[in-house]
Design a binder for this molecule. Structure first.
Ligand code: NA7
Length: 539
């Protein structure tokens, strides 16, 4: 029996229970310990990493620059860790988190293989009771859901998935052992970010690869490259000011934010700017002008530029046409960032199947059956995404005051105050929940913000001898309205994306992240505190 287990058997009550040991849970553990709180982190996986633990598919890589997609809270850590590539691979990010966990002795505070099934609030004692799959109950004054925005992976509702006789994988639940694609006939369903990263790697190994595409994606080249020692040294020397600068931007990242409308400049200037950014690579493309997600004409100019590049790259005109996104604005679904995705369709062993034109009817023992044809495959890869924002929370039976369940409270779409708290659920906090910028910017910047805001809040409660904090329903309504209002002025509603829950049948169509900007969001959170936790009931 480990030391931790014996400790918990003696004492199953904590100041704080944290669910999830990804970027959020790890920093929470450190920060709360620093403040002197007793805390345990419960993690379903066998180790740390969250998103980067589960998404081990070939080609998995972050599309935020590695020097920015990393913790800023520790001078030592950012000085001692060296990123090797412009965009870090999944294994490198996991090594980084391992380095952080070792440095801060984090594993000693985490219980692995521990899946949370329920969390109930008892108003009488102002305590949360958190139950895990093994039936064990732990109590804590505060419960923090660090469960991730994209953690509930989703298989599509296609009949017959269980019938398939070959190997079957979801990119978001990839096995720890490498999958051997050599010489095999492989089918990949889904062409979002995960599919677009995995497809070129699988194509290099497979005997034959069928790509089943429902909606063509806008994708820009990553132009990944090794980082020179000079670059890393320079970046490190300026870390404090660069990190501070990033927090003051709308995406929490140092993109090159264009300050003009795309319609304000000549066609030549516009084209040159897009070309410059395309050549340089990354999602920086989408920041070329200040109105690409707002103005339909500006957006169309950017979309047309990408379409023209697809036509140039892909040799077969019919395949190029199928790969070309036409019916929705660029950026309305999260933009994909690739390494040789479109080029992959020039390979002899890769075939694109347009399942919008010829829909998948079933998975059979042999493979994928569309209306017109059966595609026999040895290995089937689902790159079909996640029940984003609410999926992981909905999987837990969370109950607040009056036994109100979070699932019921969010029946018509998630409602939060500042993305971190929910009316009716005292002493419950969410990290980068719905109604916060989360996936629209640098996740690590938003995670650090939320962790620090929540830790400071809990420390304030202790200092003032308070035991209950709860968002007021009115403050929550106003925030929800504000989140909706800022999204209304954008083109985000013009695509069936996971931003609005469109990828999950029956999910309410609500734009979930906060599009008002990381800078504006953090300012608002600071003001709420400065005004004595405006919008909260404290007792
Ligand atoms: P996404 O972006 O949700 O992509 C899922 C893909 O799977 C997308 O192309 C879907 O097509 C496709 N899909 C889903 N269901 C089906 C069915 N039934 N038939 C055919 N195709 C289907 O998930 P990712 O994992 O790629 O990326 C999620 C985020 O994770 C990403 O943005 C990064 O932030 C990390 P559709 O577009 O719905 O027609």
């Amino acid at each position: 029996m480990t030391k931790l287990n014996s400790l918990h058997e003696e004492r199953q009550a904590f100041d704080v229970i944290v669910v999830g040991a990804g970027f959020s849970g790890l920093y929470l553990l450190h920060k709360l310990r620093e403040e002197g709180f007793s805390v345990v982190v419960l993690e379903a996986g066998t180790d740390i990493g969250g998103t980067w633990y589960w998404n081990r598919y070939p080609g998995a890589r972050c599309d935020m620059r590695s020097v920015e997609y990393s913790y800023s809270f520790s001078e030592d850590i950012q000085r001692d860790w060296n990123w090797t590539e412009r965009f870090a691979t999944q294994p490198e990010i996991l090594s980084y988190l391992d380095f952080v966990a070792e440095r801060l002795d984090l594993r000693s505070g985490i219980e692995f293989n521990t899946s949370v099934t329920a969390a109930h609030f008892d108003p009488a004692g102002a305590m949360w009771t958190v139950r895990t799959q093994d039936g064990v109950e732990r109590k804590a004054r505060y419960c923090i859901m660090a469960t991730g925005c994209l953690s509930a992976s989703k298989l599509p509702e296609i009949p017959g998935i269980d019938e398939f006789a070959g190997e079957i994988y979801h990119t978001g639940r990839w096995p720890h052992q490498p999958v051997d694609f050599a010489g095999k006939i492989v089918g990949v369903i889904g062409t979002g970010s995960s599919g677009i990263q995995a497809i070129p790697c699988i194509a290099e190994q497979a005997g034959k690869l069928f790509v089943f595409q429902r909606t063509p994606a806008y994708s820009v080249p990553a132009r990944n490259a090794p980082l020179s020692e000079d670059f890393v040294a320079k970046w490190k020397a300026e870390y404090p000011s660069l990190r501070a600068k990033a927090r003051e931007t709308r995406s929490g990242a140092l993109w090159d934010y264009g300050t003009k409308s795309a319609m304000e400049v000549s066609a030549e200037e516009r084209e040159a700017e897009f070309a410059r950014r395309w050549a340089d690579g990354s999602a920086n493309f989408l920041y070329a002008f200040n109105d690409l997600v707002r103005d339909p004409d500006s957006n169309e100019a950017a979309a047309a530029f990408v379409r023209a590049r697809i036509a140039e790259i892909v040799h077969d005109p019919a395949t190029a046409k199928k790969l070309t996104p036409v019916n929705y604005p660029i950026g309305a679904k999260r933009i994909c960032v690739d390494s040789d995705y479109f080029e992959t369709f020039n390979r002899d062993n890769v075939e694109l199947v347009d399942v919008k034109a010829d829909p998948i009817k079933a998975i059979t023992r042999a493979g994928v059956k569309t209306a017109a044809k059966l595609f026999p495959v040895d290995i089937l890869v689902f790159a079909t995404g996640f029940d984003a924002f609410t999926g992981a929370l909905g999987a837990i039976d969370i109950r607040g005051v009056g036994n109100l369940s979070l699932r019921a409270a969010w029946e018509h779409g998630p409602k939060t105050y500042l993305g971190m708290t929910v009316a009716g659920f005292p002493n419950l906090f969410l990290i980068t929940g719905p109604g916060s910028p989360s996936v629209l910017g640098n996740m690590v910047v938003s995670i650090e913000h939320d962790v620090e805001w929540i830790t400071a809040c809990i420390a304030m409660m202790r200092k003032k001898h308070l035991s209950v904090i709860e968002a007021n329903p009115e403050a929550q309504e106003q925030w929800v309205e504000h989140v909706r209002h800022v999204a209304d002025g954008t083109l985000y509603y013009k695509a069936d994306s996971w931003f609005i829950g469109a990828n999950v049948p029956g999910k309410p169509r609500v734009f979930m992240p906060y599009v008002g900007g990381v800078d504006a969001f953090q300012r608002e959170c600071r003001e709420v505190v400065a005004e004595g936790y405006r919008g909260f009931h404290l007792a």
